[in-house]
Ligand binder design. Structure first.
Ligand SMILES: [Zn+2]
Length: 249
């Protein structure tokens, strides 16, 4: 496959690769991306999903829970690309994985929790905005499915929200710091399935790239920072990533 050999020769000597992932690594698991022609934002107005509106309007919360229930993210299973990332970790060549995804598929594929930094949270956990209680989202979805369209906390009655970052909301405490720390210590960065258009997340791979360390981009379609890439691979992640990891092992 074009570019794989070049990327492999660039990364072969690396032992601290930082893997940065976006929606494109999970599309082959049936989770739609956000910005593509079939993406979530093609049919849903992102302005609807700000934290302000979520707190203010029961209708926004109802729509949000319906979207969670129907998105497929809760039941999705990892694909070959997630397994390849876990394989890279097992091979001892990886420093960690910083992801923009909320689907938890890296961990489901076998990447240890401590190797993953989730910049935008995780949909599998739901938090009470009153008492801070945390519970599996699956338990809340059961209540939604049973007819509670805007379920509230059973302990204190406050609003429940999945532990994902809404527009206008801060990133999880410490996550960005941890991600930048990995970027400082990485000897290369491999960006998979991200258009590198969402900030501050995109600053993480850019920090590595701008210091002159190898920057490999694997994405279907252009990204905003192709001009900085050492190698660019235009291929589905589920095909190219296993090939690249095999070439490195
Ligand atoms: Zn509560």
């Amino acid at each position: 496959m074009e570019g794989i050999a070049e990327a492999a020769s660039l990364l072969r000597a690396c032992r601290r690769i930082l893997v940065f992932t976006g929606a494109g690594i999970s599309t082959e698991s049936g989770i739609p991306d956000f910005r593509g022609p079939q993406g979530v934002w093609a049919t849903v107005d992102p302005d609807e999903f700000t934290i302000d509106r979520y707190l203010r309007y029961p209708e926004t919360r109802r729509r949000s829970w319906q979207m969670r229930m129907n998105s497929g993210a809760l039941d999705a299973v990892p694909n070959a690309a997630h397994r390849a990332v876990a394989g890279l970790w097992s091979a001892g060549k990886m420093l960690g994985c910083v992801t923009q995804n909320i689907d938890g598929l890296h961990q489901k594929a076998g990447l240890p929790e401590e190797a993953v930094v989730e910049l935008h949270g995780n949909v599998h956990t739901t938090v009470c905005l009153g008492c801070g209680d945390r519970q599996p989202t699956a338990a809340v979805i059961l209540r939604v499915d049973a007819g509670e369209d805007d379920p509230s906390c059973l302990l204190c009655g406050a609003i429940l929200k999945t532990a994902v970052v809404y527009f206008g909301e801060m990133l999880p405490a410490g996550a960005l710091e941890e991600a930048f720390d990995l970027a400082d210590r990485a000897d290369a960065v491999l960006s998979v399935g991200s258009t590198l258009t969402v900030f501050p997340a995109a600053y993480v791979p850019l920090k590595v790239a701008r210091s002159g360390r190898p920057f490999v981009i694997l994405n279907m379609g252009p990204t905003d920072f192709d001009h900085l890439a050492s190698v660019r691979l235009e291929s589905p992640a589920g095909t190219a990533l296993p090939a690249l990891v095999a070439a490195l092992a």
